[in-house]
Design a protein around this ligand. Structure first.
Ligand code: ATP
Ligand code: MG
Ligand code: MG
Ligand code: MG
Length: 491
């Protein structure tokens, strides 16, 4: 079953049960507690809280989501993408757990045809009714696990509606990991669907495992989230999420271009490239532009990581704009806003790739040397891979305290080469090193302070004429690195 068919089947199943289809909201949410839309329920928060009235008491949607918390794990788990689609059904006082639990089971086993013998469920540890609900429809007690708040008491991670949930998992079999259920191996026991019984209001503060509950919702509600890509992993019997039908053509294209690879994990790097270009394309189509902070920085960071992993794969010439085109092609049937913004998506990604490509080349050289020096000083062995810091391999046996790269190196990379510190941290971590980020922060603060003093001691605002000049002539580009060799001779 293709991704588009899974989505259509889901929405039909719930319209047959009197749900009204609501279009996806933008990835850019106006909810001040979050940067991006992270779940199907986000656009409905005012309905749960009764701040406004829903168009119907039963709604269903296919929602575009971006989760920044998952970015670091992309390619390392089988089940996370940065951008994903969440299918959901919502009840605002219309039905409760007794209806939604059997529906979810019926949908998975009868409409998607999943083997009931492979389904597992988790429930909130204090929910004594839901295990019986699962048992009544055929999930035996040994495939039901009770977990704590972090796993089975859902909230957006900040203030707002929350409640106990029950999650449904599919056992992909021993070739995908160890036994012991979802609590033991979340990649083998793949979480596909989360049913949340919204009842309470989460307050400020706390952690996901222990947060304050400050009130009850005006009425008990239900909301659910089924990852369409996760369902596709199971139905298409593929090893990981980036090999499902919507992503495979782009992944194959990246792998096809990977020559002279400088990584031992081409599949990992290719997955990061595809994943990040896809998320970046959707963000651009929803109006996010690359920038130095907030949403723009997340977008910029996604493109920069994609550039770095493309280079790791040995793809030296700009490639991301063409990949973004492919993302548009493979997704526009469901998401026409992508094709509507094709030119913008291409141009913005091409521009970022070009700008960062230069930084990466120059910064990487310095970083390589610094990493080698730090390793030598601490007696950490070189990884046995084909090349220095470009090798994204975990250092074997790096137990105990890992040696650190100096804060000054990180500062120099940032200051001279425009190399973002989070990238320095990431590359260093892959080489088994930490970064002295405290020292880095102190040097940054020192520099800011000097700049402040320079401004106040100068007469008038010297920036103004420069700004006017820059506006008239456009930004200047430093070409020294391209035109001069290290010893100063002109190329
Ligand atoms: P996991 O524990 O696997 O990270 P989650 O518990 O964080 O998932 P929920 O917040 O319950 O996920 O979201 C509901 C559903 O959305 C999940 O059951 C899953 O199908 C899907 N989902 C969540 N995060 C991702 C992601 N990064 N990529 C793809 N699908 C996702
Ligand atoms: Mg998660
Ligand atoms: Mg989970
Ligand atoms: Mg979950």
């Amino acid at each position: 079953m293709r991704t588009v068919d899974i989505r259509r089947t889901f929405l039909n199943f719930f319209t047959d049960r009197d749900h009204q289809v609501v279009p996806s909201s933008s990835l850019v949410t106006d909810d001040p507690t979050m940067l991006f839309t992270t779940a199907g329920m986000v656009q409905f928060k005012p309905y749960f809280l009764r701040l406004s009235t829903p168009p119907a008491t039963r709604l269903t949607s296919a929602q575009k989501c971006v989760r920044t918390v998952d970015i670091e794990g992309i390619g390392h788990t089988d089940r996370h993408t940065t951008f994903f689609e969440m299918l959901g059904n919502f009840s605002f006082g219309s039905y409760g757990p007794d209806e939604v639990v059997p529906w979810a089971y019926e949908f998975l086993t009868e409409r998607l045809g999943l083997d009931p013998g492979r389904l597992w469920a988790t429930v909130y540890r204090d929910d004594d009714e839901t295990p019986a609900r699962w048992q009544r429809i055929g999930i035996p007690p040994e495939r039901i696990q009770r977990l704590g708040m972090a796993d089975n008491y859902w909230s957006t991670g900040g203030p707002g509606p929350c409640g106990p949930c029950t999650e449904i998992f599919y056992d992909r079999g021993p070739e995908f990991g160890r036994d012991g259920g979802p609590a033991a191996d979340p990649d083998r026991f793949l979480e596909v669907w989360n049913l949340v019984f919204m009842r309470h209001v989460r307050g400020e503060g706390g952690t996901d495992d222990d947060f304050p509950i400050v009130g009850d919702l005006p009425q008990a509600c239900v909301e659910s989230g089924l990852g369409v890509e996760r369902a596709a992993v199971v139905l298409q019997d593929v090893p990981h999420i980036h090999r499902t039908d919507a992503l495979l053509p782009v992944l194959s294209s990246v792998l096809g271009q990977a020559s002279g690879s400088r990584t031992r994990s081409p599949e990992l790097s290719a997955r990061i490239v595809v994943d990040h270009v896809r998320a970046a394309s959707f963000l651009l189509a929803d109006g996010v532009l690359p920038g130095p902070d907030g949403r723009g920085y997340v977008l910029r960071r996604l493109v920069r990581r994609a550039v770095r992993h493309a280079r790791l794969l040995g793809v030296e010439s700009p490639v991301l704009a063409d990949l973004a085109d492919q993302v548009v092609d493979t997704h526009m049937e469901s998401w026409p806003e992508l094709s509507g913004h094709r030119a913008l998506v291409r141009q913005a990604i091409a521009h970022e790739e070009e700008a960062f490509g230069r930084t990466l080349t120059h910064g990487t050289r310095l970083l390589d040397t610094a990493i080698r020096r730090a390793r030598a000083e601490s007696g950490t062995p070189e990884p046995s891979g084909p090349s220095g810091s470009l090798e994204p391999a975990r250092t074997a046996g790096s137990s105990g305290r890992r040696p650190a790269l100096s804060g000054r190196t990180a500062f120099e990379l940032h200051d001279t080469y425009g190399f973002p510190v989070d990238l320095t941290v990431e590359v260093a971590a892959e080489a088994g090193l930490t970064v002295d980020t405290d020292r880095f922060a102190a040097l940054m603060e020192h520099q800011r302070e000097r700049a402040r003093q320079a401004r106040t001691s100068a007469s008038g605002d010297v920036d103004v004429p420069y700004r006017a000049l820059a506006e008239r002539h456009g930004p200047t580009r430093f070409v020294g690195y391209d035109r001069h060799q290290a010893d100063g001779t002109v190329l």
